[in-house]
Ligand binder design. Structure first.
Ligand code: HEC
Ligand code: HEC
Ligand code: HEC
Length: 431
């Protein structure tokens, strides 16, 4: 995953170079003809559109899914595990034979806005067109212009491995009737321009809801927009952005939300796993005004749950003994970085005291962090973030359960106890 991030960044940098606008050649006659002037204005407009498209493609993180680790940008081949099978993403470079070189603006609009391939067949919602449908025609055209300006890469699409009956594409017609509404984002007149811009980015290109919602077995959002959910086909839980017990930021200053989004680190939280990838591949590139707009929108989301703590276990002698043993494991293996009071070290090691990521009702993310270790996101401002070593080979299930139960109940934290069975399940499901 890290290698991929680095490759993605390297790809971005080379794309950036590719995109540096070339200055027009000097006019040998010293004055431009009218025709020349018109065509240079048209060139400039085309170039501006591509530059805007490059930015929007980053906000939509198209490259994150359409690039394989170590591969050519946008040439596809990336595996995407879901509950119904593994998708291999298609080539969206302008190669005429294997990519989208023969597509026109209208074809592309239909894909992003309406989830249809060039031949009109329905696309799987693993491609988050259910969110991209909110993107305006103008922005969609800009992304198309950008993609068409890239070098064509000849790389044939590999077939996805989807299990029966979900591999029967026409079933998607039914799915669409049940679960898909197309429509560009409609601004809410009562809200500020900044709020509307944030809502547009979060609900549309940012496709935050692709992860931060509960899905039914058919992969459709259950309507709890940004209300949190298990990510399909993975062992990660994307917390609710509307609950104060999970990841609502309604009581944070705007500056801290911006900092979390663009660097992945703030004094209150650190992003990890898939969210660290979202930050390094996409959100760190947000223009300052867009980052503020997204933060303004996130802050306005209702914090639906009161600021109460999770359910603490009843303190029997047995539980007390367990927490004590967990504390000993913490002292030996964790304290050097996370501190004797769980206070962490600013911008280096996250605090575990008061960290909502630690006390989430579902302990899956914390189990994953301990089993696999991890890094805060790689960003321009933090090119080599501090990491946490994996403990999968160091601690057994029972010990991980004990240390987690401990950190969920130390220093004022409150959370249910974690069992060895939960750790075992995560170990087996981990990918
Ligand atoms: C979460 C992963 C993901 C992201 C993010 C994503 N895509 Fe895709 N995309 C897919 C998958 C998977 C498919 C194939 C769907 C299918 O086979 O039905 C696809 C299909 C497509 C297609 C249709 C290609 C064809 O040959 O029919 C286009 C065009 C496309 N994506 C463009 C984009 C653009 C532009 C963006 C960014 C705004 C983007 N994608 C972001 C996963 C993603
Ligand atoms: C690929 C899946 C995915 C996408 C897309 C995604 N998230 Fe996340 N997000 C996660 C996961 C998993 C976590 C939990 C891990 C963590 O805390 O970093 C998370 C955590 C968060 C947190 C809480 C961080 C913390 O530790 O308190 C915020 C805030 C957040 N996401 C906002 C967003 C926004 C805004 C977007 C869209 C621009 C977005 N996410 C898109 C998967 C995703
Ligand atoms: C070498 C320093 C180091 C050690 C030792 C270490 N950690 Fe970490 N820990 C980190 C860093 C850095 C992160 C942030 C990683 C990330 O963002 O993925 C982290 C993240 C975490 C998280 C996720 C926090 C969140 O907000 O999502 C948990 C939980 C955690 N550590 C628990 C532990 C436990 C329990 C131990 C001992 C078994 C431990 N750590 C040992 C450095 C360390």
């Amino acid at each position: 995953m890290k290698l991929f991030t680095v490759a993605a960044l390297a790809g971005l940098i080379s794309l950036g170079i590719y995109l540096v606008p070339k200055s027009p050649p000097p006019d040998p006659m010293g004055e431009e003809s009218l025709a020349g002037k018109t065509s240079s204005i048209a060139n400039q407009q085309a170039q501006d559109q591509q530059t805007r498209g490059a930015y929007l493609a980053q906000v939509g993180n198209c490259m994150g899914c359409h690039t394989v680790q170590g591969g050519r940008p946008y040439a596809g081949g990336h595996s995407l595990a879901t509950s119904i099978g593994t998708f291999i993403t298609p080539n969206i470079t302008p190669d005429e034979e294997t990519g989208i070189g023969l597509w026109n603006e209208q074809d592309f609009w239909r894909a992003l806005h309406d989830g249809k391939a060039r031949d009109g067949s329905p696309l799987y919602p693993a491609f988050p067109y259910t969110d991209y449908t909110k993107v305006t025609r103008e922005d969609t055209n800009a992304i198309f212009a950008y993609l068409q300006s890239l070098p064509a890469v000849k790389q044939r699409n590999s077939p996805s491995r989807i299990s029966f009956p979900f591999n029967v594409r026409p079933l998607l017609y039914l799915w669409r009737v049940l679960f898909f509404t197309e429509g560009v984002y409609q601004p809410e007149p009562a809200k500020s321009d900044e709020w509307n811009r944030g809502a547009y980015l979060v609900q549309g290109l940012g496709h935050c809801n692709a992860c931060h919602t509960t899905r039914n077995p058919l992969g459709a959002s259950q309507g709890n927009i940004l209300g949190g959910g298990q990510i399909m086909g993975s062992n990660w839980y994307a917390p609710s952005l509307t609950s104060l017990q999970e990841a609502s930021t309604s009581d944070w200053p705007i500056g801290e939300i911006v900092q979390l989004l663009t660097t992945g680190l703030s004094s209150r939280a650190v992003t990890t796993g898939p969210m660290a990838d979202v930050v390094s591949q996409s959100l760190q590139h947000l223009a300052a005004s867009d980052a503020r707009a997204v933060a303004t929108y996130l802050k306005s989301l209702p914090g639906s749950a009161p600021h109460s703590r999770g359910v603490a276990p009843e303190l029997t002698d047995e539980v007390d003994g367990q927490l004590r043993r967990g504390g000993e494991i913490y002292e030996t293996h964790c304290q050097d970085c996370h501190g004797s009071l769980g206070q962490g070290a600013p911008s280096v090691y996250p605090a575990l005291a008061g960290n909502r990521g630690v006390t989430l009702a579902s302990p899956v993310n914390a189990i994953r962090s301990i089993l696999n270790g991890g890094y805060a996101p790689v960003t321009a401002s933090n090119p080599r973030p501090y990491g946490m070593p994996p403990f999968a080979q160091v601690l057994h299930d029972e010990e991980i359960a004990l240390v987690l139960s401990y950190i969920r109940n130390a220093w004022g934290n409150r959370g249910s106890l974690v069992t060895a069975v939960q750790v075992d399940r995560s170990r087996k499901g981990a990918q």
